[in-house]
Design a protein around this ligand. Sequence first.
Ligand SMILES: [Zn+2]
Length: 93
Amino acid sequence: MKPKFITAYGPWRWFLKMAGFRAITMPWQSVYILHEHQHVEKLHRHELVHIEQIERDGPIKFTLLYLWYLVRYGYWRNPYEVEAYAKEGEEWR
Ligand SMILES: [Zn+2]
């Protein structure tokens, strides 16, 4: 399945802004993204790593593990995020 990058609209936009996220990748391989971001290419690479992780681990395992890691380690030390930030190029915040 080919991932789809979708400009975040309505509730997705609201959620991303509330959470302070740049984008969110859903297990059905849709990436909702705030396109006004100035590092869009890097962001695409980052989200493609999550797509790769979803394909590797399967959507259910990925979602459960992602949430578990988030609770256990927090966002920045979440192993899925560490991998995505490492592969997107350089780390920035
Ligand atoms: Zn990420």
